[in-house]
Design a protein around this ligand. Structure first.
Ligand code: HEC
Length: 151
């Protein structure tokens, strides 16, 4: 009897490190800059948008930046759906109307993600999910990692 109890205690103690290891990936997800893991929408953006707007959304000779102060100035306070509509209706500028709904939604969310914008509790899976979301103003685009860890 005694030995069996000891064995159970030993098992519990031995399994404890597993728990803390399992908790690690969840913590890592909150710092988007830490690892070069592909983000949702990255492939679609690279295929349809990067040639004009730049690999890092910084813009180029052919198109404006989709990140930072310029993005904030144009979009803060507006409905998230508006950005989606703009993209699916007018982009890619040299071939508008060619994006599928899913691709347009994916690149829209990708632009939000790289601007440090997310809505806790909301993971939009259809364009209609964007109807009730407002693009927040003044998210600190300079250091999203620091902002995430101070939460
Ligand atoms: C052929 C070049 C080109 C491609 C490809 C392209 N864009 Fe654009 N985009 C532009 C230009 C030029 C403008 C500014 C003039 C205009 O609005 O048409 C623009 C404007 C925008 C704007 C408005 C920016 C603002 O702040 O007002 C958004 C958003 C945008 N593009 C997103 C995208 C997305 C997402 C893709 C990929 C699906 C994409 N674009 C592909 C050239 C391009």
């Amino acid at each position: 009897m005694m030995n069996a109890r000891l064995a159970i205690v030993a098992l519990l103690v031995a399994s404890a490190p597993w728990m803390s290891v399992a908790a690690q990936p969840a913590a890592a997800e909150t710092s988007p800059q830490s690892a070069p893991q592909p983000k949702p929408g990255a492939a679609e953006y690279a295929a349809h948008c990067a040639s004009c707007h730049g690999a890092q959304l910084g813009g180029g000779v052919h198109a404006p930046a989709l990140i930072g102060a310029q993005f904030q100035g144009n979009w803060a306070g507006k409905r998230a759906r508006l950005l989606y509509s703009r993209i699916i209706s007018t982009m890619p500028q040299n071939d508008p109307g060619t994006l599928s709904v899913q691709d347009a939604l994916a690149v829209t969310l990708y632009v939000f993600t790289l601007n440090g914008i997310q809505w806790s509790g909301h993971t939009p899976s259809t364009p209609d999910d964007l109807n009730t979301l407002t693009i927040p103003a003044g998210s600190p685009s300079s250091s999203p990692a620091a902002a995430g860890s101070s939460k």
